[in-house]
Design a binder for this molecule. Structure first.
Ligand code: SME
Length: 160
């Protein structure tokens, strides 16, 4: 339906501005949260260089459950407070992990993952999901990536 690709040499703020406007166009006016998460997972996969997993975990009955994603099959349920995703969900804080092997309790779904960025999606102050991006490259994500995915999480707050 759509092809979204970053232009070569594009700065991260420019890439995230494009990603946000594409996510807005894909989800505006669609009330089905699963469809919106599926399209955004695919969009992240297409637009972010050097990632091996992009997707969502949803808060269900006080724990995280796998949602739409792109990449290899992953762990289905993550208790709050466990791993990078469970820590983001429990704290409501973005987790930027340069080397997942040094993160206590990291859950290795794909042995290729080396760094990870997890951003909570908040609705009325409560965590309803997390956006998880994994990379096979150490320290792949920085503060500009965190700011970009946080803006995406804010956009999706009432759309997933
Ligand atoms: N590594 C994550 C688990 C989810 S997968 O990476 C898809 C974690 O520690 O929470």
């Amino acid at each position: 339906m759509h092809a979204f690709h970053p232009s070569p040499g594009m700065s991260k703020p420019a890439l995230y501005a494009e990603l946000l406007s594409a996510a807005d166009a894909l989800t505006a006016g669609e009330s089905d949260g699963v469809a919106n998460m599926a399209n955004v997972a695919a969009l992240l996969w297409e637009m972010l260089p050097d990632v091996n997993w992009t997707g969502f975990y949803r808060m269900v009955d006080g724990g995280l459950v796998l949602g739409p994603f792109a990449g290899r099959p992953a762990c289905i349920r993550i208790p709050l407070g466990q791993g990078v995703c469970g820590t983001a969900a429990a704290s409501g804080q973005t987790q930027l992990v340069a080397d997942v092997h040094t993160f206590p309790g990291h859950i290795a779904c794909d042995a290729a993952s080396a760094s990870e960025l997890v951003v909570p999606v908040l609705r009325h102050g409560a965590v309803v999901a997390v956006i998880d991006c994994d990379s096979p490259i150490l320290a792949r994500f920085d503060a500009e990536d965190a700011a970009g995915i946080e803006a995406l999480a804010a956009l999706l707050s009432s759309r997933i």
